[in-house]
Design a protein around this ligand. Sequence first.
Ligand code: PLP
Length: 387
Amino acid sequence: MNKHARVDERPIPFIDVAAQRRRLGRAVDDAIARVLAHCQFIQGPEVRALESELAAFCGARHAIACSSGTDALRLVLMAWGIGPGDAVICPSFTFCATAEVVALAGATPVLADVLPDTFNLDAASCERAIVTAKQRGLTPRAIIPVDLFGLPAEHDAIGGIAAAHGLKVLDDAAQAFGATYKSRKLGTLAHATATSFFPAKPLGCYGDGGAIFTDDDGLAARIKSLRVHGESPNDKYDTQHVGLTARLDTVQAAVLLEKLKIFPEEIASRNSAAKRYGAAFDDLAIVPAVGDDMTSVWAQYTIRLEPGRRGGLAAALKAQGIPTAVYYAKPLHRQAAYRGFPVAQGGLSVSERLAEEVISLPIHAYLEAPVQDRIIAAVRGALTCAS
Ligand SMILES: Cc1ncc(COP(=O)(O)O)c(C=O)c1O
């Protein structure tokens, strides 16, 4: 580049929700207007339509829309009757909601380590966490693998461990709805799958929202009851279970129906940005590894640098209007709320190392090639200078 050329320093959004809003334009306005016209704001027809489209999209028998990704996880644990004295194995390198729902149920999250190349639950550590739980006198009941940053966890290995120990698997696909594992979409790989429609997620709404997927008819019926105070199927004032108010608003369902139409195209766009990043950075950083039998939806694009280097990269990018983020600077077992819970035998050294090494770069479906070029040049410039 000509050394006198002006560097473009206009701020780049980390996730550009507004670009998608511009693209959807009237379609979303009209969808919301239809809800405003029929006034069925709770459990309106769009909610049922969304549930059948979501189920068809991923191939699950049931999709149950609800109020958030956290409530999606929570409803499943409630439906399984998980509570005091029970242990649920969770990775430590995740967002707090994964373990929060276990603690809220009165059960004990037992934190396991993750794999360094995928950031996802390490099956061997998961086995050790089961041993730890039993040694503490707890009854292991379930495993919650997380498909972190959009990439599926090792579902076959985790499913095998669960089957061997008689445990349920609740897939936390909050960041990864739309991703595939061995040609199957998430939503079909565990006894139940939870996802989030938080606006910044790959499939997000315009507020809070979530969904549960399962092939189990009994579980689906119980969750549908629990999301409306535990009501009976035929009499809402005859309560069967102690439940929650955890429905998805009809307006959010209407928004999601429009977004689902363009979702496959958006996933393809995220993948092409990730492919360019991978080719551009793999000589300078550890770039995400996606197995041949998986696809990611790239909720985050997260690279690893030696400890102590990411601060310099973040500062250099910030000076050029390029935001970065660190997910996660502290694994759960280092956070005040979760420090007291048991960790798998052998420790969680990978989670601890990753917490010092990871840094995420802007990625979304509307990251155009010239903006990608700007980010690539800035990252390469900063890492080459510093190395
Ligand atoms: C891994 C993971 N689990 C659960 C959640 C909870 O989703 P929500 O924010 O919709 O409650 C999130 C959201 O950030 C998440 O990243």
